[in-house]
Design a protein around this ligand. Structure first.
Ligand code: PGA
Length: 257
């Protein structure tokens, strides 16, 4: 049994006060519902982490960051490390998001180092993989996904893999309003699970949670969650409003597999 995990990636949105307001709104809304069947994670910008941690204190909602640097400390201007994220109250960290790969030149090697740093400090990495439109249209989806997975997981043990989460995010579906259909998501999720089986064996393959990301909304979460290998969602735009994100969490918690 894989516990559903819904994470909100707030990207470069929300000042500290706005982040506190959103976190408070979600706390209130989710408190009314029973979401114990779902792990809920909020990933604000770095500057709002401590304040959001305070809002989430003594709730079942977890805190995550959107990135980290692989060194613990040093002369690395502008970076934030795993121990610092832990210190701010994080349990999760998104790694290798397509926007980091696309706009900040992140490579599979960097993603691999970041995953190792997260695991070393007991942060759960949410490892993002996904093809862009050209790659999909050229029928290279599986090749690209395999490259991302193999590259990200170099020297990651089965024990560490069991502590990790994968997010399949087709780049063509991110922020575009175009969602993958349930079938399209399932096809790639199954491919990823089969790859994990080849690399690590059955226990890891059947335990690791694979989220879908890319224009997830209250209107499509049920279809996506209905697929056997879709274990949750990484939500961008729809995580910025109390109504849409809490509705996604509640609807996801009602899908029985
Ligand atoms: P979106 O973003 O839900 O706005 O498409 C998802 C993501 O980038 O994680």
């Amino acid at each position: 049994m894989r516990k559903t995990i819904i994470a909100g990636n707030w990207k470069l949105y929300k000042t500290i006060n706005e982040a506190i307001e959103l976190a408070n709104g979600l706390k209130r809304e989710l408190f009314k519902a029973n979401f114990s069947a779902v792990d809920v994670v909020l990933c604000p910008v770095f500057t709002a982490l401590s304040e959001v941690a305070e809002v989430l204190n003594e709730t079942d909602i977890q805190l995550g960051a959107q990135d980290l640097y692989w060194q613990d400390e040093g002369a690395f201007t502008g970076e934030v490390s795993a121990p610092m994220l832990k210190d701010a109250g994080c349990r999760y960290v998104i790694i290798g998001h397509s926007e980091r790969r696309q706009f900040f030149g992140e490579t599979n090697e960097m993603v691999n180092k970041k995953i190792k740093a997260a695991l070393k400090h007991e942060l759960t990495p949410i490892i993002c993989v996904g093809e862009n439109l050209q790659e999909r249209e050229a029928n290279n989806t599986f090749k690209v996904i395999e490259g991302h997975i193999q590259g990200a997981l170099v020297d990651i043990s089965a024990k560490d893999m069991l502590k990790s989460v994968i997010a399949y995010e087709p780049v063509w579906a991110i922020g575009t309003g175009k969602t993958a259909t349930g079938e399209q998501a399932q096809e790639v999720h199954k491919f990823i699970r089969d790859l994990l089986r080849k690399i690590y064996g059955e226990e890891v393959a059947s335990s690791v949670r694979i989220q879908y990301g890319g224009s997830v909304k209250p209107e499509n979460i049920v279809e996506l969650m209905g697929k056997p290998d879709v274990d949750g969602a990484l939500v961008g735009g729809a995580s910025l409003k109390v109504d849409s994100f809490s509705s996604i969490v509640i609807k996801a918690s009602e899908v029985v597999k």
